[in-house]
Write a protein of this length. Structure first.
Length: 304
């Protein structure tokens, strides 16, 4: 019974990832079948995807109530993993070998992280008000430096990952024993601010391409939240130094898997004389309070 909080956090994270991935496919196919945003707003399927995204975000926040940041945040990458086969299924095309390898490496990496972070109990501590302000100021400064000094797509992606990771970290304080106070209102305001900032920064990042920014954003988000959890909340890994090594190995495998998925998404499709092969492009897992994953399908595809 001691493992029930963590098992619940994992289950909620899985359902959240399914919601995000499904919404991504529905959103793209709705966009492909309509000339503009006005047309999408008139379709029930688009509003259904909005409901799925909202449900995914809510489930992620609830998962943070029962699991540590070092466990819940990395599981957000599952939305990217799930969106690949779902996108292929929706268009009737085969998932490429590179994509399947990316899925396998990502799952192995996340499974390893799950092994060493599933401590059997939910989070006991959240950030204090002073720590919240310090984290917010440090994150805002880092985001400003990344966007002003570099100004490249990768810099915007890193800034988006930092903002989204901090937003999820602050949301845990709202999920674990919130009280009606000015402190809670401040945390809620900062949470929304970082979440919206992460969304806007991600859109700016994709102006210079998708693969590299996607991979970096997907990885910086959980790394930011996990770093805060380890340094300020005392979260760690099981099995001592062995667990730390396993966590590093799992993180490396997940990094490689996400990179493979991003590269596969940027690979061009070769049209034939009679048809064009759809190309699946997945952007952003997102668990979480950050932007939802989106799937871009180019080529001929039936409308919803």
């Amino acid at each position: 019974m001691t493992a029930s909080p963590v098992l619940l956090a994992v289950a909620l994270s899985l359902v959240s990832a399914v919601c995000y991935a499904t919404a991504a496919v529905v959103q793209e196919r709705t966009a492909a079948a309509t000339p503009g945003m006005r047309g999408a707003l008139a379709r029930g399927a688009w509003w259904g995807s909005v409901a799925l995204n909202a449900g995914g975000a809510l489930l992620h926040v609830v998962a943070l109530r029962y699991g540590p940041l070092t466990l819940v945040q990395p599981l957000g990458a599952l939305s990217l993993v799930l969106a690949v086969p779902l996108g292929s299924l929706a268009t009737g095309r085969r998932t490429s070998g590179t994509q399947w390898r990316g899925v396998a490496y990502t799952l192995v990496g996340l499974g390893t992280l799950l092994l060493v972070t599933a401590t059997g109990h939910g989070p006991h501590e959240t950030l204090g008000t002073t720590e919240v302000l310090l984290v917010a100021l440090a994150a805002a400064g880092l985001v400003a430096a990344l966007t002003r000094l570099a100004g490249t797509g990768l810099a915007f992606a890193a800034a988006s990952g930092v903002a989204s990771g901090v937003g999820s970290t602050l949301s845990q304080k709202l999920a674990v024993g919130p009280t009606l106070s000015w402190d809670t209102a401040l945390v809620a305001l900062l949470t929304v601010g970082f979440a919206v900032g992460g969304l806007l920064l991600s859109q700016q990042a994709y102006r210079s391409g998708l693969g590299g920014p996607l991979a970096l954003l997907t990885l910086v988000n959980p790394l930011t939240a996990s770093a805060i959890g380890i340094t300020l909340l005392g979260e760690g890994f099981r099995y001592g130094s062995t667990g730390t090594l396993l966590a590093l190995a799992g993180g490396a495998a997940a990094v490689y898997g996400v990179t493979l998925l991003s590269r596969a998404q940027d690979a061009p499709s070769a049209p034939t004389a009679t048809s064009r092969t759809p190309r699946v492009v997945v952007a952003g897992p997102r668990p979480s309070l950050r932007h939802p994953a989106t799937v871009e399908l180019t080529g001929t595809a039936p409308s919803l």
